[in-house]
Design a protein around this ligand. Structure first.
Ligand SMILES: *[C@@H]1O[C@H](CO)[C@@H](O)[C@H](O)[C@H]1NC(C)=O
Ligand SMILES: *[C@@H]1O[C@H](CO)[C@@H](O)[C@H](O)[C@H]1NC(C)=O
Ligand SMILES: *[C@@H]1O[C@H](CO)[C@@H](O)[C@H](O)[C@H]1NC(C)=O
Ligand SMILES: *[C@@H]1O[C@H](CO)[C@@H](O)[C@H](O)[C@H]1NC(C)=O
Ligand SMILES: *[C@@H]1O[C@H](CO)[C@@H](O)[C@H](O)[C@H]1NC(C)=O
Ligand SMILES: *[C@@H]1O[C@H](CO)[C@@H](O)[C@H](O)[C@H]1NC(C)=O
Ligand SMILES: *[C@@H]1O[C@H](CO)[C@@H](O)[C@H](O)[C@H]1NC(C)=O
Ligand SMILES: *[C@@H]1O[C@H](CO)[C@@H](O)[C@H](O)[C@H]1NC(C)=O
Length: 501
């Protein structure tokens, strides 16, 4: 175990201060966040802001079933699930024009930024209807009277899981198609990060509802023992090392420097000053956990044109000769942040909706065994994922133990090529290999239509963001391949439909 909180990049997270304070695992084991966009990225074309206001998204609420998988009276409770639809470019039901379904992930659906750039950019070309559905327990799609109640304990949180979410999506899409008399319109499921995992699984579980899926940066293989536990952090280290050997070495050396300074009398106060922390450090783990987040966030969202890893390393390396290690590290932190007067080491720990929701999800079924490992080439101190401790922490927080093998039981993952080769079709697994989560993604082609599209210099979910004139060529090509493949699925579907009638 790391002596400080081991963070695993979260996909995303929602708030409930009360709940959060009592529900965070005591030893603070965390999974690096997932999520389509980085939270600290300064220069990032999110794409959607530019176009979504012109999309004329209409908001709807579907009366959703609380529990799709039981027939007990309480399963029939309902809640209002939010989704938004843009009809703007839709070719209509008579033309069997396609439907792009952007599957919600671990965050509220904000009215201003539904869906993501890639599908918005391409809806006109496909004459597609665009729908974005909010994931249950996030945003407005809260079963039970209030978020407080919904998140209070496992009696209500128990309904918060991926299988229920997929069933929600199936119901809403089928209802919408019926409503629009669009039963013959092909549906393409799209998602990124955790949403990408959902998109891939949706195609596998609901082939009658979607003809194909684009799963961007979906680490569906980061379960059980399929992916090495230190895989995530090994990619982070590799990214920093490739950016600069001396930067990587400085970071590698800094942890013991921090511990050494912290152990001296007055050391924590010196560290607080040195790192201009917004509140005084109580223990060195607060600083180390923060730095770890700064590095992983930069690596995961290491996007052009700025490449935050390069920016951090330039600052670390660029300090004048003779600058001590910790001052160099601080220069890296400054470079990674928007100009601030102090640095909030709790920045990543606020109980946002994503944080709170994802904490439950990772403590129930989404058990990603991630650690630093003991690899001497890692720039992080050694740590080991101990499943027993993880289970105990979660059990203590929520009163129910996680089920670490449920995801592979429900969706598979082991020997994925062997298993899916003759079963699955029409899934694109896209990844950027600089994204640490890519190591848990599908990186090999499984069949003619279950394909892996990876870019060497890409990062988390880059491909599903909006096009920008500054995009490197490899990114435009990745998107173009995706669009052509989807076009192929739709053409084949139309041919089949014509033959069927
Ligand atoms: C769609 O087809 C139906 C039946 O053929 C027709 O009544 C209707 O006007 C068509 N709708 C549009 C928008 O073309
Ligand atoms: C959850 O909280 C409700 C309301 O306080 C209570 O009735 C229920 O027994 C609790 N469930 C568990 C598993 O603690
Ligand atoms: C479905 O149909 C009802 C009325 O038939 C309408 O009020 C509602 O807006 C429709 N929903 C969508 C998403 O089109
Ligand atoms: C130190 O502890 C205090 C009291 O719990 C807290 O308010 C403060 O945020 C902590 N400092 C850091 C850097 O987390
Ligand atoms: C923030 O930027 C302004 C001008 O760009 C500069 O004057 C100021 O010193 C900066 N503050 C910090 C804390 O770096
Ligand atoms: C979870 O906690 C309960 C209550 O403390 C305990 O009885 C149970 O054995 C724990 N389960 C696991 C798997 O640790
Ligand atoms: C998978 O196949 C596609 C063509 O369908 C190709 O563009 C891509 O490079 C292949 N991916 C790998 C990892 O070989
Ligand atoms: C990736 O980036 C590196 C340096 O940043 C560059 O040398 C290399 O050519 C790039 N590779 C591709 C395939 O674009």
């Amino acid at each position: 175990m790391a002596s400080y909180p081991l963070k695993i990049p979260v996909l995303w997270l929602p708030p409930l201060l009360l709940l959060f304070l009592t529900c965070v695992p005591a030893t603070g084991i965390k999974v690096p966040r997932l999520g389509v966009v980085g939270r600290t990225t300064r220069v990032r074309n999110l794409g959607t802001t530019k176009t979504s206001s012109t999309w004329d998204f209409k908001k709807f609420y579907y009366t959703q079933t609380l529990d799709h998988f039981n027939y007990r009276p309480e399963s029939y409770r309902t809640f209002q699930q939010k989704y938004v639809v843009s009809f703007k470019y839709w070719g209509g039901a008579n033309a069997s024009a396609p439907i792009f379904a952007y599957l919600g992930y671990e965050a509220p659906l904000y009215d201003q930024s539904p869906a993501t750039g890639l599908i918005l950019d391409n809806a006109p070309r496909f004459h597609a209807l665009v729908i974005h559905i909010e994931h249950r327990f996030y945003g407005e799609s809260i079963p039970f009277e209030s978020r407080d109640e919904a998140l209070r304990n496992s009696s209500t949180l128990g309904y918060f899981n991926s299988a229920q979410a997929l069933a929600d999506y199936a119901e809403i899409i089928l209802d919408l198609k019926k409503n629009l008399s669009a039963e013959t319109s092909p549906v393409i499921a799209v998602g990124g990060s955790y949403g990408g995992m959902l998109a891939a699984w949706f195609r596998l579980k609901y082939p009658h509802v979607t003809v194909g899926a684009l799963a961007s940066s979906a680490p569906i293989l980061y379960f059980d023992d399929i992916t090495p536990e230190n895989g995530y952090y090994s990619i982070v280290s590799k990214g920093f090392r490739e950016s600069s050997e001396s930067c990587y070495k400085t970071i590698k050396q800094s942890w013991s420097e921090i511990d050494e300074l912290a152990s001296q009398s007055n050391g924590l106060s010196l560290l607080s000053q040195k790192f201009q922390t917004c509140s005084a450090l109580n223990k060195s783990s607060e600083l180390k956990g923060y730095l770890e987040y700064v590095y992983t966030d930069a690596a995961q969202y290491n996007a052009p044109p700025e490449y935050p890893v390069d920016r951090i390393c330039s600052a670390i390396d660029g300090a004048s000769e003779g600058t001590d290690i910790l001052s160099r590290i601080f220069a890296g932190v400054v470079a990674s942040r928007v100009n601030s007067s102090c640095y909030d080491t709790n920045e990543y720990n606020y109980p946002t909706e994503t944080f709170v929701g994802w904490d439950w999800q990772t403590c129930s079924e989404m058990v990603f065994p991630i650690d630093h490992g003991r690899d001497p080439t890692s720039m992080f101190p050694a740590s080991t994922f101990v499943l027993r401790d993880y289970i105990e922490d979660c059990n203590r927080s929520y009163g129910v133990p996680p089920r670490p093998h449920w995801i592979t039981t429900e969706f598979g993952g082991h020997d994925i090529k062997l298993v899916l080769k003759r079963f699955a079709s029409n899934i694109i697994f896209s990844n950027g290999l600089r994204d640490p989560y890519s190591i848990g993604g599908v990186l090999q082609n499984i069949s003619d239509s279950v394909v892996a599209l990876a870019t060497v210099n890409g990062s988390h979910c880059l491909d599903i963001l909006s096009e920008s004139p500054n995009d490197p060529k490899w990114l435009s090509m990745q998107r173009q391949s995706e669009i052509e493949i989807i076009e192929g699925w739709i053409e084949k579907y139309y041919a089949d439909l014509a033959a069927h009638h």
